[in-house]
Design a protein around this ligand. Sequence first.
Ligand code: ADP
Ligand code: MG
Ligand code: ZN
Length: 586
Amino acid sequence: MKMESSSQLAYSKFIEQVKSFQVERVTIKPDRIEYTLKPEFGSQRFFTQAIGQTEDLPSLLQSHNVEFTTMLDHAATTTGIMGLLLSAGLLVGTFAWLLKFSNAGGGIGVGAGMGKSNARVYNQGKTGITFADVAGVDEAKHELQEVVDFLKNGEKYRKLGAKIPKGVLLVGPPGTGKTLLAKAAAGEAGVPFLNMSGSEFVELYVGVGASRVRDLFNRAKRQAPCIVFIDELDAIGKSRGGSPIGGGNDEREQTLNQLLTEMDGFDGNQGVIVIAATNRPEILDPALRRPGRFDRQVLVDRPDKSGRLEILRVHAQPIVMGEDVDLEVIAAQTPGFAGADLANLVNEAALMAARNNRQAVLMADFKEAIERVIAGLEKRSRILTPLERQTVAYHEVGHALVGALMPGGGKVSKISIVPRGLGALGYTLQMPEVDRFLLLEDELRGQIATLLGGRSAEEIVFGKVSSGASDDIQKATDLAERAVTQYGMSNMGPVAFEKNSAQFLDGGSTRRTVSSEVAVEIDRQVKQAIDKAHNIALEILQLNRELLESATQTLLVQEVLEGDVLQAILAQVKAPIGLNTWLSEG
Ligand code: ADP
Ligand code: MG
Ligand code: ZN
């Protein structure tokens, strides 16, 4: 749904909406109150003027699970918050609330008097959200359950002298429920939730970001036990250094330094736990992950089919559903959707039904809504086209079938085509049975063939390859090159052409100076090893063409193959005649 410009409603209407739990978020500004309805009520935005009301708004909002923020004009706060509120016509019933405002608004060092910078108060009450509201991300939930236990039963840990961790970093693509999880943790523990977003720091004047951080932590310590949530940590936590002198972002660095100082300056046993979220972990400053800071990292990934079903169930709860609605079918039709996309989908379907003047939401509404949501997502290239999805499925099954015949590679334990948040489109997991330190020659060949299995499957099925195999090819080539130049596993004999990489700090390796004939020969041997492995992979897949087909179809439906189902498939793989000769002789 598009954000329409908000329209004005009477204050009494606003209160009525709050009381009937329709309101999701409220922003209290000096001159008006802006608010957004919950998705199931259309996500519309309204504003209202609060003239002469005496209602105790904050506690009303808190008791109806409304998130609220206040944005006070800072120049005005210095002249006295009371006057400001009065001049805005907002009379509040509790003095405690005023106190909260005044000390939150009083961040030091703000360009006071410039009247421009809006001081944001990030106080929020207990969230009212619990783990029951979060679905499909069981591992992440489990990790946060522990955090809840720290907060609730801190004494138990303190008595044993255990150090409670202070920082948890939630990593995952947008809309997967990171914010929701953090709120649920606060809800479950029944503690206050102090919420700040990294991007709020960056547009500030020099020094303000740092003082904001200091302020945030001071409040947290006063309110302990509590959860501090820093969203978009990457906005302040980008790697320092490398920025050109003067052109660098001093402000951001100061803010980051302050955050690091604050994290070091309290101890987890004080009952403050900092949860941060990011979808760009790779750009974070490594200092943030040191012990005692965000040393726990939790992956919050896009859900698989059964996860999507659970999420749909959560969001379908308040909706009047028609008899024909089958959430399982919807889950199957929405690969790549994150939790937020599914929430959006359910709401779109409800809107569709309302527009059609129906009494209940029907499957037809969902069909239409799915198309709409997918169209939106494709623009942001987060959804694979059906052809791309097929390509990924054949590719992964190709790895698995070839891998099933190779020695030492370990059991293929899982194939997945759920797009993994941070990069890969699909993956095949091979679990080594034991830790291996030495690779035998045949195992090395087997690994090269397994790596090439994905690309080979694409060649066989589509007659052409996609760019998705580039990483495999890189790895296969590296292995083949090491076999020839380091391990002496070619008919060039046991001559090391490469200096042991351990001698180099960067872990790279350097070839010995060799004559150009030898260099040519090395290249030829590497190419030969790759070609042979490629041929074997092709041969295996051609021999098992039907299995490749049926396994891929199953994978496309199930999205994940593992356990007995997978092992039954792999047990059927037939070996070509030349396999053993190739494995032993190359
Ligand atoms: P993130 O912080 O990872 O970007 P949010 O927590 O802000 O995602 O998710 C936005 C909304 O999408 C949530 O308020 C919720 O309605 C819905 N949502 C996202 N993930 C889930 C989930 N795992 N289970 C249930 N609802 C979810
Ligand atoms: Mg978020
Ligand atoms: Zn691959």
